[in-house]
Structure formats: C-alpha cells, structure tokens
Write a protein that binds this ligand. Structure first.
Ligand code: MEV
Length: 327
C-alpha cells in the first residue's frame, strides 16, 4: 500500500530537481555618494564578496512555498517584509509567461537585513538569476536590472538603481543616472564595514532628505552638489591610489551626510572610534539612520586592528573587505 506514495514522492523530487535553478549576488557598500545619487549625482559602490545571498527556485507539485530566515510558508500568505522577494519571483516568472503559482523559492543569505548593505537587492537579484537559470531565460543585464528594480521599488519607494547594479558587480562601480561602469583602482583598498546593530531606515532617510530639500532647496542642493564633487574626486583618488585623499573625502562626506540628517549617534560613535584606530576615513554607508559604517585602512594589518577596535567599541559585527587594483 505504501508503494504508490513513495513513487509519487520520488516523482515530485525528480520534477523539482529537473526544473530547479540557482542564483546568487553579493552585498554592496557605498564608498561615496549615497543620497546625492537619488538627485542625479554619481556614486561609487564596491561589492562585499564575503556576504552572499543565494536563491534556489524549483517547480513543485503543490502551491509554491518560500523558505528563508525571514519567512517560511506558502508564498500566497507571505507577510509584508518579504513582499519584495515575492515581487522579484513573480515579475521574473511573468516575464517568461509563467503565471501559475507552483514555483517554490529557497533563500539563504549572509547579508544582514536593513543595514544598508543591499540585502533586499541582493536577494532579489539572486531570485531573478535563479528563475533565469531554472527556465532558461536569456536576459541581458538591463532586463535583469529592471526585474530587481521592481522588487526594490517595493522595498524602498523610488530607488536610484545603485543597489540593483552594485550587488551584481564583480568590482567597484561608478554609478550615475541608472548606469554602472567599472572604475580603475591604482592601489589595493582595504575596507572595514561595521554594523551598528541599529536597523537602517533607507526609505525613511530618503524621505527625510526630500523633506529637508523641499524646505530649503538652495542649501540642500549645495550639500548634494558637494557630495557629488567628492565622488568625482574619489574616483580620481582611487585611480591614483591616493588613499589619504580618498579617506579625507570620506570624512567630509560623513559631515555632509550628518547635515542631511541621515547619520545616527551609533554611526558617529563608530566613525570616531575608527579614526582613533588609524582609519584614513570613515563614514556611514547606504541609507543611514542606523545600519553600517565603512572605514578605509592603510593596509591589511591596520584593517584587522580597526575591525577589532570597532567590535570593542560596540559594533554588532565587523567585516574586512578589499578592492583589488586593476593595474
Ligand atoms: C541606498 O543603498 C542608497 C541611497 O542612495 C538610496 C538609493 O540610491 O536609492 C540612500
């Protein structure tokens, strides 16, 4: 009597395996340009390769389910917090003309959520790539980007597209007006990223800057323009391998981001601790109002010391990452 059940279970497993696909994307950190990028200024972002989001999708015999740290259960009953992931899945399937709900998705991610490291974009990009892999979609970069942006709009309102581009980049990128291009790096860049442990609030922070700008356009446009100029000089610093100049640009950017009201006492505290430990520069990274700090170290050994000091100063976590020279 048990044989038919076993056979059905086996068929289901085979069906799932045969149509399964995988995708992955990394965290990103913004070196310079967050918030100003929303107003057309450029930004520079780097991938954080040690933090990865992975997705697996598979056709299933029953209604589609999601399995992730944020939610496990029927996709049709998914709560608000995973709606961007569901949008990435459904938009990708719809682009392939697949409109039934018998596709399941499994997500594993090292990227902390709501810390300005691009977790939502990385998960969405992993899902889009997993759908492409499972169903043989021949999408180019721009089509994949648009599908990730559909999810990002649900996560953040009106995203610049920087996160969606950066989580799929293999090296540092210059981003402006929706396009990303690789940039030259003249010396290895050692970075420390430290988590304040405070939830970042990108949507809220972007809205806060918009409200400030509406109240005092001349002053806020001046701040935004100066942030943009720091990004341009930062690209030049990177090309020349002028790390002290790059660090000075990061410190100035932090002051300007404080003027925009997107820092947080915990970020300020960690920035001071990083500079005391010898960092060439330190600033918030991403949306701010919580989330993560990014600090520039002179070399690998100093990067290690800064990460330790930031943990001692109360960081919930600290990661070291390097940007390799392109020469
Ligand atoms: C978020 O990672 C970066 C912001 O500039 C928002 C955006 O670019 O959409 C704050």
């Amino acid at each position: 009597m048990t044989a038919p059940n076993i056979a059905r279970a086996t068929d289901r497993a085979r069906d799932t395996t045969e149509t399964g696909g995988t995708g992955h994307a990394t965290a990103k950190a913004i070196l310079l340009g967050e918030h100003a990028v929303v107003y057309g200024q450029p930004a520079i972002a780097v991938p954080v390769r040690s933090l990865v989001a992975r997705a697996r999708v598979a056709r299933t015999a029953a209604a589609g389910r999601m399995r992730s740290a944020a939610y496990t259960g029927l996709i049709s009953r998914a709560p608000e917090r995973v709606v961007p992931t569901v949008i990435a899945l459904h938009a990708s399937l719809a682009a392939l003309g697949i409109r039934d709900d018998t596709v399941s998705v499994e997500i594993t991610s090292d990227i902390p959520r709501e810390r300005g490291l691009g977790s939502s974009a990385a998960v969405a990009a992993a899902v889009v790539d997993a759908v492409a892999d499972a169903f043989g979609a021949a999408w180019g970069d721009d089509e994949r980007h648009e599908l990730v942006q559909a999810a990002e709009r649900a996560a953040h309102g009106s995203p610049s597209g920087l996160d969606a581009r950066a989580v799929r980049a293999s090296g540092p990128v210059w981003f402006q007006a929706g396009r990303a291009e690789p940039i030259e790096v003249g010396a290895t860049v050692h970075l420390v990223i430290a988590d304040t442990g405070v939830r970042g609030r990108t949507r809220h922070a972007v809205g806060h800057v918009a409200a400030l700008r509406a109240a005092d356009p001349a002053r806020i446009d001046g701040v935004i323009a100066e942030l943009g100029a720091l990004v341009a000089s930062g690209r030049d610093d990177l090309r020349r391998g002028a790390l002290e100049d790059l660090g000075a640009a990061m410190n100035r950017a932090q002051q300007l981001l404080e003027v925009l009201g997107v820092s947080h006492p915990a970020l300020h505290h960690l920035a001071v601790a990083a500079r005391r430990s010898g960092a060439l520069g330190a600033k918030l990274t991403g949306g701010g109002q919580g989330g993560c700090l990014i600090a520039l170290a002179a070399d690998q050994e100093q990067s290690h010391g800064i990460a330790e000091q930031l943990r001692a100063a109360g960081a919930a976590a600290a990661w070291q990452t390097t940007v390799e020279t392109t020469r």
